[in-house]
Design a protein around this ligand. Structure first.
Ligand SMILES: [Mn+2]
Length: 323
């Protein structure tokens, strides 16, 4: 990491323009790592042109800046930094390919070794954890509040408030460093987790439409009618996977959201698991992710049913994730 931090700074110093990327359908770790990197580099190099890009809709979370709108030419002599993104198709703004050099910082299981300088730590709880420890090495003093807030939001949400197996002493070292900045933890928590009465009603409807497989899988299929009724964007709906969590009897839980692609109904899904590995299944259904938290996209209803069957086979085989 120390070696990486030095190489990172050496590379970045050579470029006048730096563009920071995240993954599509960004979550708080993607957005937090992206905007923390933009803000941190602006602090170190006020004379450089530093941008954050990304076209996909933003999730509920802390107030991240709006993406910069960039012309193709601006990418040409730039260095790109891609945060929290495991495969090249998932980079939000494919113009990353126009950048001269690519740095990648991530904690997803390694699939795709694109990029020129990589810091990939599968053991880390979040990309924000990796960045926090790198920034601490570079900056030493407490970070400005806004940067610490982005990083803390990413750590809190990717670790579900320090409650998943990948949380380690490093995660707490990162959190301890961020706590030296004047961040407001209760405000961050409220921005991440408090919801409106409309959302409350949507959650009630999700919970009352649950299908329960005998193997211990619980899932909800959210059709367009339900989305319309609650004025809910499909990308936002998948975040409500949390509404099915914390039930002892649910070994795995999932939501599948109906979307229309070229006039055809398809489903995007979020999958979660208490202990049985699910990303290996998700990889075969147009998706991927972490051992206990994964996503799939653009499945037909028949594929959704097949995925459900395969999840049950896996639960019955007790293929448990061991950290
Ligand atoms: Mn992440």
């Amino acid at each position: 990491m120390i070696k990486f931090a030095d190489q990172f700074l050496d590379l970045v110093k050579d470029y006048e323009t730096i563009i920071v990327f995240r993954h599509i359908n960004p979550d708080n770790d993607a957005l937090g790592s992206q905007w923390a990197t933009v803000s941190f580099l602006r602090l170190l190099f006020p004379e450089k042109k530093i941008y954050g890009t990304g076209l996909h809709q933003v999730v509920k979370g802390v107030d991240y800046p709006v993406s910069d709108s960039l012309q193709d030419e601006q990418f040409q002599d730039s260095i790109g930094i891609i945060c929290d993104t495991a495969n090249h198709e998932r980079v939000d703004d494919q113009r990353y390919q126009l950048c001269k050099t690519i740095i990648r910082i991530d904690h997803h299981p390694i699939h795709d070794l694109f990029g020129d300088l990589l810091l990939i730590n599968e053991q880390a709880s979040s990309t924000c954890e990796i960045l926090t420890l790198m920034f601490r090495h570079i900056y030493i003093d407490p970070l400005p509040e806004v940067i610490a807030t982005y990083l803390m939001a990413g750590i809190l949400s990717d670790t579900i408030m320090f409650s998943i197996p990948s949380v380690s002493s490093k995660t707490f070292q990162a959190a301890a460093y961020l706590s030296q900045s004047p961040i407001k933890l209760s405000d961050i928590h409220a921005q991440l987790y408090h919801y409106s009465e409309d959302e409350f009603k949507f959650i009630n409807e999700l919970r009352s439409n649950i299908h329960r497989s005998p193997c211990g899988l619980a899932y909800v299929i959210v059709d367009r009618k339900m989305l319309e009724k609650h004025n809910m964007h499909p990308n936002k709906a998948k975040e409500y996977i949390f509404a099915l969590s914390q039930v002892k009897e649910f070994r795995m839980w999932a939501i599948f959201i109906e979307i229309e692609v070229d006039g055809v109904s398809l489903y995007n899904g979020s999958l979660r698991s208490q202990s049985v590995v699910i990303n290996t299944i998700a990889n075969r259904f147009n998706g991927g992710g972490h051992p206990l938290a994964a996503a799939v996209k653009h499945l037909s209803l028949a594929q959704v049913n097949q995925l459900i069957e395969e999840c049950c086979v896996k639960i019955n085989a007790e293929e448990v994730y061991e950290k």
